[in-house]
Write a protein of this length. Structure first.
Length: 207
């Protein structure tokens, strides 16, 4: 038997069992959801137009869930239909990373890796007058690309003004300070190698 035929046969054997598991899990999920919302069967029946007896049988597993029954329930609970059947999250290719506020900046991690070069999107708030920039040093190597706005970089004895499309890279052992000195939000893309790793930039294709 070919691997394709074998896989198809295996899929056919697994599908009925998987479907049954999904169907069997709907009732307990509906019952738990109603308990969390503290809604009575009578109130839910009035809201959905589904009879109390049908709702009760649906939750106990005596009635198979159908689209006609689940749609009004999803609307009543204001949840996606997938939540009622426990379907896996699919179809959305976006990776949702949690932003953090660090030193007044909004930092959005773009990679989940803990080692090597890491990437971030950073939003620098408008400049607030008062206080002198404080230069610092630390382990690592940084690469910054300005997406919008303007950024000021103090690097050793240098005072550098960066605009959209401009890039700067530097060893963070050099005393430095990065900030926004304008009245608008500045948005940047940052690559950071915590152990001094550098991004591999190619200026021309390798033949």
């Amino acid at each position: 038997m070919s691997s394709t035929s074998h896989d198809r046969g295996r899929e056919e054997r697994l599908t009925p069992r998987t479907t049954a598991q999904v169907v069997d899990g709907v009732g307990p999920r509906l019952r738990a959801l109603r308990a969390r919302r503290d809604v009575t069967l009578a109130a839910l029946s009035e809201q959905t137009g589904v009879s109390v007896s049908t709702l009760s049988r649906l939750e106990s597993g005596q009635r198979k869930p159908t689209l006609e029954l689940l749609l009004p329930l999803a609307r009543a609970y204001q949840v996606p239909l997938d939540d009622l059947v426990g379907a896996p999250r699919t179809g959305d290719p976006r990776v949702h990373m949690k932003p953090e506020v660090l030193g007044g900046r909004v930092v959005v991690p773009l990679t989940e890796r803990t080692g090597g070069v890491r990437s971030f999107k950073q939003l620098f708030p408008p400049h607030t007058p008062g206080g002198e920039p404080s230069l610092k040093t630390h382990e690592g190597y940084e690469w910054i690309y300005v997406l919008s706005g303007r950024l000021r970089l103090l690097l050793g004895e240098q005072d550098i003004d960066l605009g959209p499309g401009e890039v700067v890279e530097f060893d963070t052992h050099t005393p430095h300070w990065v900030g926004n000195v304008t009245d608008a939000v500045t948005e940047v893309l940052c690559l950071f190698g915590p152990q001094g790793e550098r991004a591999h930039v190619r200026s021309r294709p390798v033949r």
